[in-house]
Structure formats: structure tokens, C-alpha cells
Design a binder for this molecule. Sequence first.
Ligand code: 5GP
Length: 187
Amino acid sequence: MPQPTKHVVVKGERFRVHLSRDELRLRVAELGQQITRDYAGKKPIFIGVLNGAIMFMSDLLRAVDLDCEIDFIKLSSYGAEKVSSGNVTKLKGIDADLKDRHVIFVEDIVDTGLSMQFLMDLVQESNPASVAVATLLHKHEATRVPLTLDYVGYRIPNQFVIGYGLDWGQIGRNLPELYILDEPGKN
Ligand code: 5GP
């Protein structure tokens, strides 16, 4: 018998499961294996974009069988809104020296693409050997700037999601599944 769809209510909004733990686990493992193949013989540095990328980053790294380093950057987030403000600012910078390094940015989600464009511009100043992007999610219909996304877990509709690192007003990051806003008539 099919299981009823699981729902959560976070800060007064109702969300339903979009991707289960098992789906996420398998897909993230595939991405880790792909990166392992693509970077054979290299020592990449993974730069996680705080706070949303924490779960994806930790699961992805466990699936990468390479010598590698990690660092983090923190950008301004949505705050308490469900749509991007369009203004990207840096709240915490990268500590590592990226000159001649193979850099892989790890993002939870690419929406408008403005955050990723900001990161691409920023990293070029450090003269890395190469730059790639691994994002768990891509809201492709919302992306406004041309970007090359090398590793994409899932393309999702242009709707607000939480869980698996993503928040609604800082709540919901610890949910092990990915949830999508339940909007009657829309989904
Ligand atoms: P972009 O600059 O591509 O518009 O947005 C990137 C950032 O916006 C992501 O790293 C994430 O923090 C936030 N974001 C975009 N879409 C969503 C969403 O559906 N849910 C949540 N919780 N955050 C989102």
C-alpha cells in the first residue's frame, strides 16, 4: 500500500515531502562517485556555502574517495522571506589560499543564480587552477544569469523548499527529507 505523503508545519506554513532520505542518499552518493572519477589524481578543495549546504556537503564528502580539503563561505541569505532579495553580500570569507587549486563550490540550491555568480567573480581574484559547482538543487526556471553547474542533484520547480540543510526563517534545516511548500492548486 502506498504510504501517505508526510507533511510538516514550520512557522505556520505547511510543507510536504518532495525527496525522501533514501532518494537523497543515493543521488548524493552518485555525485560523490562522479566527482571522485573526474578529479582522480587531483586534490580538490570543497568550499561549502553556509548555512544551507551543511547536510549536502557532509554527505557528499563521505562519498568522495580522494584526498581533499574543505573550507566555508557565508553569504547573505533569504532571511525571513521566500524569494531572493537579489542582493548578495559576504558574511564570512574563505580562509584558504585558492591559488592554483581545484575549487569545488558546494551549494544547497541555485535559484536566481546571483549567489553563484557572486562566488564565481570572487574566486577568480584568487587565480584557482579550476572552478566547479556542485549543487544539490537547481530551480532552473528561476535562474536569471548564465552559469555552468557541473554537478546537479535535482532540478526542481520554482517553489520554496526546506529540510536537508534548507530553512524557513532558520527552522527546518535538521529535517532529513526535502520538503516543498504545499500550495493548494499549485502542486
Ligand atoms: P540565489 O542567489 O541562487 O537566488 O539563491 C541562493 C540561496 O538562496 C541558496 O543558497 C539558499 O540559501 C536560498 N534559497 C533559494 N531558494 C530557496 C528555497 O526554496 N528554500 C530555501 N530555504 N532557501 C532557498
